[in-house]
Design a protein. Structure first.
Length: 250
């Protein structure tokens, strides 16, 4: 993830840090994360390390150690090494342009990025034990389920069942990892999805509420205000004005 402008409040395993323009952030698979942008423009690349494993015996052991959590790459990788930002800029550019041969360029950039991280020792050995990793993976399954099913009715009991924990313990553990209760996170995620819909689609507030899992429009407005400190209607007007602003300056 590369911050281009503004700031981004990123929470990793219950610790929140604010990053700014020029920062490059690496989030290892298996780490619980969430974030709130603040007047922020950023680029985010998600990649599967499996694609770098195929027929690559020279790098296989190191890549496998990253995948299974034995090596935890530093989060703020641009802080300690000025080689990182140019590599990530090139990687983002290659993926946005997608010119002929970009697949080769993409893998080359990823190898260069990981090679630089290892060379500069921008990592540490994992201190997580097997049980902790299993519990983190359980919470990841819950987050994935919420992402895939947020428009539907979701109960605390069902989420706890997915995690393989009793509801009381699950609620406490989830909060310790994310800073939110499961239902609070669900509502927060639904509001974030609603913001995206209101920003990109010609859709009514009632339709947005239903599409994001809120059966009651008034409750949706109340919940939206809780997280965004504004109403959906006011948010929509603000987004419309900002989209029209460039045209007004022509």
């Amino acid at each position: 993830m590369r911050i281009i402008s503004g700031s981004f409040h990123l929470t990793l395993d219950n610790e929140t840090v604010t990053y700014y323009a020029g920062d490059v952030i690496f989030i290892t698979g298996g780490v619980l994360h969430g974030g709130e942008p603040e007047d922020c423009v950023y680029e985010c690349i998600v990649f599967d390390l499996d694609m770098l494993m195929k027929d690559n015996h020279a790098c296989a052991n190191t890549i496998q150690s990253i995948m299974n959590g034995k090596i935890r790459i530093d989060t703020h990788i641009s802080e300690k090494c000025d080689k990182i930002l140019p590599i990530t800029k090139k990687l983002c550019h290659v993926l946005s342009e997608k010119k002929t041969g970009y697949e080769f360029m993409t893998q080359g950039c990823l190898y260069e990025l990981l090679g630089t991280i290892i060379e500069e020792k921008l990592y540490e050995e994992s201190v997580y034990d097997t049980m902790t990793i299993e519990r983190l993976n359980s919470v990841k399954e819950v987050l994935t389920y919420i992402s895939d099913n947020y428009p539907d009715s979701i109960s605390l009991g069902h989420l706890a069942k997915i995690a393989g924990m009793n509801p009381k313990y699950f609620c406490r553990y989830f909060r310790s990892m994310t800073g939110r209760t499961p239902i609070d996170y669900l509502n927060y995620y639904r509001v974030e999805c609603a913001c995206e819909m209101l920003s990109t689609k010609n859709i009514s507030i009632k339709e947005t509420a239903i599409s994001c899992g809120f059966s009651d429009e008034s409750y949706f407005v109340k919940t939206f205000r809780k997280y965004k400190n504004t109403t959906p209607k006011q948010f929509t007007k603000k987004e419309f004005r900002e989209r029209m602003l460039p045209n007004a300056n022509i």
